[in-house]
Design a protein around this ligand. Structure first.
Ligand SMILES: [Zn+2]
Length: 97
């Protein structure tokens, strides 16, 4: 059998294809649903999301689906802003916390 080189080429092409499918799968939730995740999922991480924001961590990068949803969904956006201002008030009134 002398088809090693041919197999190598096939493998490389298959690998590149698998890689682009992997990316497509990663991006699919955001591409197909402009609201990202659902309300339930978005509100499930809202406290973690605000905690990350309050310590200066880029929460939208950690939770891109939730970030999209907070932008697209008015009720979740209001809940998020309510928690953000509550956390801000707490931080102002007890800075050592
Ligand atoms: Zn929502």
């Amino acid at each position: 059998m002398h088809d090693g080189a041919v197999d190598g080429t096939d493998l490389a092409e298959t690998g590149a294809q698998a890689m682009s499918e992997w990316w497509a799968r990663l991006r699919r939730p955001l591409d197909t649903d402009p609201r990202g995740v659902g309300c339930e999922a978005a509100l499930g991480v809202v406290h973690v999301y605000v905690d990350l924001l309050s310590v200066g961590i880029d929460a939208p990068t950690r939770y891109p689906g939730a970030a999209e949803h907070y932008v697209a969904c008015d009720s979740c956006s209001q809940i998020l802003q309510g928690i953000v201002s509550a956390v801000r008030d707490r931080a102002v009134s007890s800075p050592e916390f």
